[in-house]
Design a protein around this ligand. Structure first.
Ligand code: ADP
Length: 409
C-alpha cells in the first residue's frame, strides 16, 4: 500500500469561515470538476482500543501509522456552461454542509470551499448567492501539480502507456518520479516541468487544445455534444481529408527522410485539392482528421519541451483525452516518433481531475482534518497519511470513486 506523508497544521482561518473538509472544485473553461470525500461510518475508529485493534502500518523510518477513517474519494464533472447542474448536485448532496446536515444553521458563518480554475473567480458570486458558500481560491498551477504528484505517488496503477492498442500500467517508483513534464490538455494546453513537491515551472503551452477540438469540431460537423464528436472520430478515416505523403508522391514513400506514404503531409490538405464543398466530406472523417491534427501537434510540442529540459517522461492529463484510444495512440506515436523512442508518453487514470484533487489536498493537506476534529477521537493525530485501497469503476466518462483509508501517526 502506498502512503503519502503529511503534517497536520492548525487551521488558519482569517475570515472566520467554517471549512468543509470533503469538497473541492476546479471550474475550468469547459468543465467543472468536483472531488468530494464521503466517509464510511462503520469504519470510523473512535477510541484508543479501536485504533490499536486496527492494523498499523509500519513506515520506512520505523514509525507506525494507524487507520482512523475509511471512506471514498468521489469524482464528478459538469459542463461549465451548465454550472447550474453543478450547483444543483452540490445542493442535493448537501456537500457544502458536510453531507449530513439538513440545512445551513441560521446566523452561522459562511462555509468556505476550496476552488481552483478561472471559474472560481467567475462564479464566486453565484456560489455565494445560490449556496451561501465562499469559494476559497487556490492557484491553478499549484493545484494541477499537487494533484498529479499525489495521484502518481499514491494511487496504484494511476499511470499507463498506450500505444498500438496496448495499454500497460507503469509502476511508479516514488523515489524516481521527478523530474517529469506534465502536459495538461484542457480547453488550452499547459506544459509544466515538475521537479518535486511544489517545485515546478510552466515552460510552454498552446492555445490549440481541447477547446479547439470541440469548438472547431462543432462548427465543422454540427455535432451537439463532445461525446458525439468523439464517437464520430471513432468511425472516421482521416485519409479522406488529410493530404498524405503518398498523395504527393504518387502512392510512394518518401523513404530518404523516413516518411511513409501514409504519413500526413498536410492536415486537411486534401480539402484544397478537389472541387468539393464541406458537405461533400463525411463528418466522421473531418472529426478524425481534426482529432489527429490536434493530438499530433500537442505530442510534438510536448516532445520538444521534454527535449529542451532533458525530460524522459511526459505525463498527459486533462479531459481532452477522455481515455480515448485514438487520442492516446496519436500522442504516444508523436512522442515516440520525434524522440526516436527516447521519451515516453504516459497517461493518468484521473486525467481531468488533477486540479480538483490538488485543491482538495490544499485544504489541510488532506482535507480531512475537520472531519476528524468533528469526531470523538481521543488522541488527536499529529500526522495523517492517505492510502488508496482500491478504485471503484464508475461511468465510462471517467467519473469514479477511490476507496481509501486515512492513517494517523
Ligand atoms: P478545463 O479546465 O479547461 O475545462 P478540462 O481538463 O476539463 O479543462 O478539459 C476540457 C476539454 O475536455 C474540453 O475542451 C473538451 O475538449 C474535453 N471534454 C471532454 N469531455 C467533455 C464534455 N463532456 N463536454 C465538453 N468538453 C469535454
Amino acid at each position: 500500500m502506498d502512503l503519502r506523508k503529511g503534517q497536520i497544521e492548525p487551521i488558519l482561518d482569517p475570515n472566520q469561515s467554517t471549512y468543509v473538509y470533503h469538497l473541492a472544485l476546479d471550474i475550468g473553461g469547459s468543465l467543472a470538476k468536483v472531488v468530494y470525500f464521503t466517509k464510511d461510518d462503520d469504519y470510523f475508529v473512535d477510541s484508543e482500543e479501536g485504533i490499536s485493534n486496527k492494523k498499523a502500518l509500519e513506515k520506512s523510518n520505523g514509525s507506525r501509522q494507524y487507520p482512523v477513517l475509511n471512506g471514498r474519494l468521489n469524482f464528478k464533472k459538469f459542463e461549465t456552461s451548465k454550472i447550474n447542474d453543478c450547483l444543483e448536485f452540490i445542493n442535493s448532496m448537501k456537500l457544502h454542509f458536510g453531507g449530513n446536515q439538513e440545512q445551513e444553521i441560521p446566523g452561522s458563518q459562511p462555509i468556505a470551499v476550496k476552488a481552483t480554475g478561472g471559474g472560481a473567480y467567475k462564479y464566486a458570486d453565484l456560489f455565494k448567492e445560490r449556496l451561501g458558500i465562499i469559494l476559497d481560491k487556490e492557484d491553478e498551477m499549484d493545484c494541477l501539480v499537487a494533484g498529479a504528484n499525489f495521484l502518481l505517488e499514491v494511487v496504484h496503477q494511476e499511470a499507463f502507456t498506450y500505444m498500438g492498442d496496448q495499454k500497460q500500467f507503469v509502476q511508479i517508483d516514488q523515489n524516481d518520479l521527478y523530474p517529469y513534464l506534465l502536459v495538461n490538455i484542457g480547453s488550452g494546453v499547459g506544459m509544466i516541468k515538475v521537479e518535486g513537491e511544489g517545485k515546478f515551472e510552466r515552460v510552454s503551452g498552446t492555445s490549440i487544445g481541447g477547446g479547439t477540438f470541440w469548438g472547431l469540431g462543432k462548427l465543422l460537423t454540427n455535432c451537439k455534444s463532445f461525446d458525439e464528436l468523439l464517437e464520430l472520430s471513432y468511425r472516421g478515416n482521416n485519409r479522406a481529408v488529410d493530404m498524405l505523403v503518398g498523395d504527393i508522391y504518387g502512392g510512394m514513400d518518401y523513404s530518404k527522410i523516413g516518411l511513409s506514404s501514409t504519413a500526413i503531409a498536410s492536415s486537411f490538405g486534401k480539402a484544397i485539392s478537389d472541387n468539393r464543398d464541406r458537405e461533400d466530406y463525411k463528418p466522421e472523417d473531418i472529426a478524425r482528421s481534426l482529432l489527429r491534427m490536434i493530438s499530433n501537434n500537442i505530442g510534438q510540442i510536448s516532445y520538444l519541451n521534454a527535449l529542451r529540459f532533458g525530460l524522459k517522461r511526459i505525463f498527459f492529463g486533462g479531459f481532452f483525452i477522455r481515455r480515448h484510444p485514438f487520442t492516446m495512440d496519436t500522442l504516444s506515436v508523436a512522442v515516440n516518433f520525434w524522440s526516436k523512442g527516447e521519451a515516453k508518453a504516459m497517461f493518468l487514470r484521473h486525467e481531468g481531475f488533477l486540479g480538483a484533487v490538488g485543491a482538495f489536498m490544499s485544504s489541510d493537506k488532506h482535507g480531512l482534518k475537520e472531519l476528524l476534529a468533528n469526531q470523538v477521537v481521543q488522541k488527536a493525530p499529529s500526522k495523517l497519511s492517505f492510502a488508496v485501497d482500491k478504485i471503484i469503476h464508475g461511468q465510462p466518462d471517467g467519473d469514479e470513486s477511490i476507496e481509501c483509508s486515512v492513517y494517523a501517526a
